[in-house]
Design a protein around this ligand. Sequence first.
Ligand SMILES: NC(=O)c1ccc[n+]([C@@H]2O[C@H](COP(=O)([O-])OP(=O)(O)OC[C@H]3O[C@@H](n4cnc5c(N)ncnc54)[C@H](O)[C@@H]3O)[C@@H](O)[C@H]2O)c1
Length: 246
Amino acid sequence: MSADNAPIAVVTGGGGGIGREICKTLARRGHAVSAWDISEEGLGQTADELAADGLACHVTTVDVADPDSVAAALASTVDDLGSPAVLVHAAGQIDFCDFEDLDAGRFRRMIDVHVLGAVHVMQAVLPSMTEAGHGRIVNFGSVAAFSGSARHAHYAAAKGAIVAMSKALAKGYGPRGVTINCVAPGAIDTNMFAQVDETALSYYADNPVGRIGRPEDVAAAVAYLVGPDSGFITGSVLHVNGGMYL
Ligand SMILES: NC(=O)c1ccc[n+]([C@@H]2O[C@H](COP(=O)([O-])OP(=O)(O)OC[C@H]3O[C@@H](n4cnc5c(N)ncnc54)[C@H](O)[C@@H]3O)[C@@H](O)[C@H]2O)c1
């Protein structure tokens, strides 16, 4: 498939709430989609939901924190579909605790999954993107990186690092045909949001639009950023939060 016409897309976190919706949206737009996730069950649900819609999806398990696992996932995608020209890195986890209880192990796992995860998946796909002279990468920040929130400083730190890294890489890879942007969701109705603890609920739920976000809201933003009309946008953050952070 040509780079201008719905290229092959990898979606990490493709077995989760937002990632699954991104897989559906991109598949409907003609992308060949490869969903990567640590959860076999989540991937099964993604494949089933796309099939029910008459859409196909390649799936592969991966731990994005492990570069060997990422290399194996990429090999599986390339075998099945070819080299991706779109990467959406939506894999992630949430964790709440008071700062006094935040130990190094807990902090490191957050950094491993979100930040090193982004490093591993980008390093895996960038060589073929730069060789082709075309690529679209969307990483996931969060409103937590911009407006702060109690009890998940390590999550906020990881998301802030992803945003900063994406901006830095946008400068380096723009001349090589690859755009690198972030979406920063607010409260989106998924399993992850269901884990938000009571103390943070009102913080997340309060926004001018007056509702919790839907995975479709985020998927539409991602589809724009990986689509043909966004070639002059790189290093940016698209906030999808109903105005909770302005
Ligand atoms: N839902 C929200 O309110 C919200 C708000 C801001 C940002 N986000 C971000 O959006 C992204 C998607 O979140 P979601 O709401 O769909 O959550 P989700 O829990 O439904 O999906 C996350 C997916 O990531 C996968 N995952 C976790 N660790 C992994 C690993 N090491 N390797 C591979 N896959 C792994 C999980 O199995 C899960 O399927 C995440 O980056 C999250 O931080 C979500």
